[in-house]
Every structure is written in structure tokens, then in C-alpha cells.
Design a protein around this ligand. Structure first.
Ligand code: FES
Length: 574
């Protein structure tokens, strides 16, 4: 493809023409201390920064933005930093998922409204990765995603602690008196030792890895710990590369092809990545006009060996994964299962990028002949309880629960569950199936991470540490257990989950991918006739827009008016 000329840059119509408006654009750029030699005829590169003091995972992004700028200057571009809403997973309520689409819209419109030729996205904490890529894909200008990178391993009393996963594990022990307040306080001090994202294979590590497999980051970027000096060097290299990408006009639509999206799904499965990736990848694919359905995830999962021995499904943490060779090394072991001809943001194919990648620790990245499991970590279930599907991370569940039948213990919403769960008279046994309603995209609202329902205290005291749980919510990627999630359609819109009552028998069969409510059809019809929807919680503002336009879990929870890749007109020249 011929290289662009300076006159073909998008920013040329702001800076390069001679009219009244461009006088304003140039004089106001000079107001910031930049001379025409800084910007004239150069690609303008937006560094979209989700730095925030309410997002500890992105605490290093002020530095990283400068490091990206260094690369942009080196390559002859003009860098400008554009702050965007940060979605700090540890802080935001009711859930960051409520705001993923808002950040996506913000990124898209920031890029559209300003004289931007290419962009570097700084994200990583859970929803920020899909949101930013969704927005940039819709705008479809050259884009590189710079992942925040995982934080360092946690430490406590000589043990390694993993974000989220070990919190859930030790909280259950604290509840039954196996851990005292002092030890719990020490854990609080030692679990988050540096900036960067959760360092288990949670949603952040999953989505950063998926973005790399998709070709949207420089190869190897997603596994670098945030505090490693390789991380700023990667940021600077991304800054250099984006300038070239603008001249080459290498856009997200060239990178995020159907085959590249399959690579992202495949890598997610080989890592036993977060169930949230299913929702996000469907939404990301939707922005480039690619339809990804739940059955594709299941098909790909069945052929992908689980090689990433990382918590919560495995033993290690992201720092170990990096030292073992990181994602390129793992992908090199899966070459025959990936589409190697996909072009990445480097301009080279994935196959070329993986040349020479080697595994340095076979216990962290397992050999093909000895995987953690013969198939990928996630499965899609179907049945009369989830006509539009449900998902389970079976790799992180107690194996004897994967074929299970038991009576339902139903909670109509989160507050009812929180109030009743630890009641010593709660009628549950280890064979019960805990059911939580009103946790879906509309019911939560916002599709909160309530899907790993806590084990009732009386069962914890009996030594129970896992049981079958069903909800229309999500769960954190750092969570684990036999949790069936994303039940669609959700209960708030009258999906079959809304009709379940305590005592109904529910059958789960993961090998055969079924989830069945064993209640006669005529009884279900009677219940449906009596069912009434709850009132919507958001009467105004963004929440109301969310409620009107969000799609169901199996469709990716994007807004219906943001899906697809129809071209959007450039701003008018005024
Ligand atoms: Fe930010 Fe987990 S809280 S990545």
C-alpha cells in the first residue's frame, strides 16, 4: 500500500489549510508552546490515558504517557495526551461494566472530534481494554493498545498471594475462624505490592493477552510486569511504531479480522481466561462488523489445550508467566491452532512475530503433551434454563460438580442473598444449587460480578469449599468455583431464571454442555403468566440510556446503536 503524504493526514484539514479556522488551530497550539516545526506535516498521535487516582492499576500511566510521547517524537510525530474516563475496578459501584460502553463512546468521540491521525491507548484494568479498543475500532484510525501490565506477586507469611483469587479463598477461611484479624491485616498489606493490574489470570490479564493475540499490541507487551523496566521500553516502542502505522494507514479493520478474533478467543481458552472475555470479545468483534457467537467459543475451547498454569485455574502468577517467556512463548506452542497469517500492529504477521519465541519454564507454560486440561477453560451451556446460553469456567471448578443434580436455593436479588446466606437455618446442603436472580445487564443493573455466590457459612463449617451456583451475573476473572454465569435471557426481562423457585431440581452436565430446570412445561407456563417485571432503577441520565440500549450477555452487552462498522462521517468543516 502506498504511504500517506502529509496532505493526506486527517490532521491536515485542521493544521495544513489556510483559512480562518486553521489560523485558530495553529495559534492555539502555539499557545501551548509548540512551534510549527513540532506539528506541521506530522502525524498527530493521541495518547488516550485512563490514569486516575481512583484506579491503582493505572498509577504508572502518567509516566507511561511520557514514555509513549518520547517514542512519538523519536519517529517524527506530534504526541498529544487526551485523558479519558478511568474504570477503576476496585472502586466503582455498582460495577465498572455499567460504564464500559461509556468509555468506548468517549474514546471514539475524542478521536473523531480532534485532529488525530493515530492513537495509543493506555488501559488494562478489566473493562478499560475492551472499552478502548471498541471505541478506537469504531473510529478506525491506526491504533496501538499499550497494556498496563500486571503488578508484582503478592506476599504474605512466606506464601505467594494472587489478586482476587486468594482474597476469596482466605476470606472463606476467616469466616470460619481459621484466620485471625492480625493475619488478615498482614494480607491487606502484602497483596498489592506495585502499580499494575491484578496478576492472576483475571479479566485484566485475560483481556490484555487477548488484545495482543488479536494483534492490537506489540508482541510480548501484555505479559510484561508493570514495574519491570521492559514496560516503559515497550511503551516507547509503541510510540515509535504508531507514527509509522499512520504513514502505512494500518487500521484496526486491517488487524481485527475474523481470523485474528479467533486467535484472541483461542488464546483466552488456552489460558483459562476470564469468563468476562466472552462478553467483551463479542462486543469488540461487533465493532468491526464480525459476528461472534457463543457456540464459536465452545468450539474453539474444545480444541485448545489449557497450557497456562496460572491462578485461579492453575498455580502461578503473571510475573512467573513473563519469566517463562510470556504470551509469545505460549502462542509459539500453539502455532498449529492459530492463524499465523494475521497482520499485527507491527506490520508483520503473527507467525513472523512468534519466530524464536521459547518457553523457559515448562511448569508455568505447560507442554502440549502434558496440558493442565485437554481442552480450554471455558464452556458454553444450553438448556431450558438458558435458551440463549450460559457460561462456566470449568477449569476452575471442583471436578465432581461438573455433572450434578440438586435442589435450588433461590435468592430473588443480591440483598436477599446477603441477608440470608449465613442464616444457620438456611435450608441448604452441599448438594443444593444456589440461584441468584436480578444480576444481569438490566437486573443488576450493569451486569455486576456477583456470580461467585459465597458458600453459606454453615456449609463452610462443614468443610464445603465449592458448590453449584447459577446467576445471570458475571464473576471476577480472579474468581473460581462451579459458577454458572451470564444466563441469558436474564431474569429481569423474564428469562426462565426468573421462574425458578426454591426446591426445583436443576441438572448440570458440563461434558454435554447442558443446564436443565426439571420443572414441567405447563407449570413453567403458569409461573410465567404470574410473573411481573421489577421497576427500572435508573430514571434518568446515562443509566437510563444503558437500560434502553444494552444488549443481552450472549450479544456482548454493547449498545445496540454502537454495533457494526457503518462508516461515520467526519466532523463538518466550520
Ligand atoms: Fe484493576 Fe484487577 S482491579 S485489574
Amino acid at each position: 500500500m502506498p504511504r500517506k503524504t502529509p496532505e493526506q493526514l486527517r490532521s491536515h484539514r485542521w493544521y495544513g489549510v489556510q483559512d480562518l479556522r486553521s489560523f485558530g488551530h495553529r495559534s492555539r497550539t502555539k499557545q501551548m508552546g509548540f512551534g510549527s516545526e513540532d506539528y506541521a506535516g506530522k502525524p498527530v498521535i493521541a495518547i488516550v490515558n485512563t490514569w486516575s487516582e481512583m484506579n491503582p492499576c493505572h498509577a504508572h500511566f502518567r509516566l507511561r504517557a511520557d514514555e509513549v510521547k518520547r517514542g512519538v517524537w523519536q519517529a517524527g510525530g506530534f504526541p498529544v495526551e487526551l485523558p479519558a474516563m478511568s474504570l477503576g475496578e476496585p472502586m466503582m459501584k455498582p460495577t465498572t461494566m455499567l460504564y464500559r460502553n461509556l468509555l468506548a463512546m468517549e474514546v471514539e468521540e475524542l478521536l473523531r472530534a480532534n485532529p488525530i491521525d493515530g492513537c495509543v491507548l493506555l488501559g488494562g484494568c478489566d473493562k478499560t481494554t475492551p472499552a478502548m479498543i471498541m471505541g478506537a475500532a469504531s473510529m478506525n484510525i491506526p491504533t496501538i493498545f499499550v497494556p498496563a501490565g500486571p503488578m508484582l506477586r503478592g506476599h504474605w507469611q512466606g506464601k505467594t498471594l494472587g489478586s482476587g483469587s486468594d482474597v476469596w479463598k482466605y476470606w472463606a477461611e476467616k469466616k470460619v475462624g481459621n484466620i485471625d484479624d492480625r493475619a488478615w491485616g498482614e494480607m491487606e498489606d502484602g497483596i498489592a505490592r506495585s502499580f499494575g493490574t491484578c496478576m492472576t489470570m483475571g479479566t485484566a490479564a485475560t483481556m490484555m493477552s487477548a488484545a495482543e493475540a488479536l494483534g492490537m499490541s506489540l508482541t510480548g507487551a501484555s505479559s510484561i510486569p508493570a514495574a519491570d523496566s521492559a514496560h516503559p521500553r515497550m511503551a516507547t516502542a509503541s510510540g515509535r511504531r504508531i507514527v509509522e502505522m499512520v504513514w502505512e494507514d494500518l487500521k484496526p479493520s486491517d488487524v481485527m479480522t475474523p481470523k485474528a478474533i479467533e486467535n484472541a478467543v483461542a488464546v483466552t481458552m488456552a489460558l483459562a481466561g476470564s469468563t468476562n472475555a466472552i462478553v467483551h470479545l463479542i462486543a469488540m468483534a461487533g465493532r468491526v462488523g464480525v459476528k461472534l457467537d457463543l457456540d464459536q467459543f465452545d468450539r474453539i475451547s474444545r480444541r485448545m489445550p489449557l497450557l497456562g498454569n496460572i491462578r485461579p485455574s492453575g498455580k502461578y502468577l503473571m510475573e512467573d508467566f513473563f519469566y517463562a517467556g510470556g504470551l509469545p512463548a505460549m502462542m509459539a506452542r500453539l502455532k498449529d491452532l492459530l492463524h499465523l497469517d494475521c497482520v499485527t500492529v507491527s506490520g508483520r504477521t503473527l507467525g513472523e512475530e512468534l519466530e524464536g519465541a521459547k518457553v523457559h519454564n515448562d511448569d508455568v507454560i505447560l507442554p502440549r503433551e502434558a496440558p493442565l486440561a485437554a481442552e480450554g477453560g471455558l464452556a458454553v451451556l444450553r438448556g431450558n434454563l438458558c435458551p440463549d446460553g450460559a457460561v462456566i469456567k470449568h477449569a476452575a471448578a471442583q471436578k465432581d460438580l461438573l455433572v450434578h443434580e440438586g435442589p435450588a436455593m433461590v435468592f430473588e436479588d443480591y440483598n436477599e442473598m446477603a441477608a440470608k446466606l449465613d442464616d444457620p437455618d438456611l435450608p441448604v446442603t452441599k448438594d443444593s444449587v444456589l440461584v441468584l436472580k436480578s444480576a444481569g445487564p438490566l437486573g443488576g443493573p450493569g451486569f455486576p460480578e456477583w456470580g461467585m455466590l459465597p458458600i453459606p457459612k454453615k456449609l463452610l463449617e462443614q468443610g464445603v469449599r465449592d458448590m453449584v451456583r447459577i446467576s445471570d451475573g458475571r464473576m471476577s476473572g480472579t474468581s473460581y468455583g462451579a459458577c454458572i454465569l451470564h444466563v441469558a435471557p436474564e431474569s429481569a426481562i423474564g428469562g426462565p431464571l426468573a421462574l425458578v423457585r426454591t426446591g426445583d431440581i436443576i441438572a448440570l452436565d458440563v461434558p454435554n454442555r447442558t443446564l436443565t430446570l426439571k420443572v414441567a412445561d405447563d407449570e413453567l407456563a403458569r409461573r410465567r403468566a404470574a410473573w411481573k417485571p421489577k421497576e427500572m432503577i435508573y430514571p434518568r441520565g446515562y443509566g437510563q440510556m444503558f437500560a434502553k440500549h444494552v444488549t443481552q450477555a450472549d450479544k456482548g452487552c454493547d449498545f445496540d446503536f454502537l454495533e457494526g462498522n457503518a462508516p461515520i462521517p467526519e466532523p463538518e468543516i466550520h
